[in-house]
Design a binder for this molecule. Sequence first.
Ligand code: GLN
Length: 284
Amino acid sequence: MIKYAELLKQAAADFEKAEVEDAALNARELLGRALGINCRGRDFEIMLNQQVSAQVQAEFDGLCRRRMDGEPLQYLVGEWEFYGLTFKVGEGVLIPRQDTETIIDTVIKKAPKDRRLTVADLCTGSGCIAMALEKHLDCEQIIGIELSDKAFGYLQQNIKLNSSTMKALKGDVTKKETAAQLPMCDIITANPPYLTGEDMAKLQKEVSFEPQCALYGGDDGLDIYRHIVINFKDRIKQGGFFAFEIGMGMEDEVSTLLVRHGFENVRASKDACGIFRCVTGYKK
Ligand code: GLN
């Protein structure tokens, strides 16, 4: 009989050999999942000295195999952390990414501090942007809009999990009627699908497991931004702003789109890797 510590070491070595990035982290997270214990806690460390049970080993082997086949770690674990909050994720919803912290940091910095805010997050998915903002801003109202049934299911679970007061609306942001459901907002955020046709043809294996409707933004990646700006610009109060996450190299096109629709003080901010990741523009 072997102990969990050895099982963990073996799995990390297997991941390393299979060139899975962050091999040790993958092994820990999946063993935590198989054991039903958070791998970042003390209970997990204590467990490592225990003898392996056949049932847990079978569960762990199954998870490792799926990971080797390219399934995202986050889907296998079933939840992921973003901006200090936990979000349920699985097939059908975009996984919260570290890149997306840029839009949160930017909005927190730019948000007016002298009044309670009405905020809407479009293409909200898991709800990670909306709930991170809710936690850090003084929101009178926060609303998320999502089209996909599967993603909407995760959104509802995440609202409960985080005791959020955000309102979840089902709707298609490419339709004018959807915008009519929103009150006048101080801030409208979105991380819309923005990958181009070319990007979609060379997706990383893990990303190909994520919903295409959360990734593909039309040939040039800009389709959904165009719809959002046209449909939602009249839902922003005077002096309020749009904040968009953008794909690499899209800062000029998205900025131009905002300027063309009368937005001013349009700025791009960089993520931790120095890539422009967020564009903001103010309503006159
Ligand atoms: N950031 C994601 C990726 O690069 C894309 C998400 C999106 O299109 N909004 O895979």
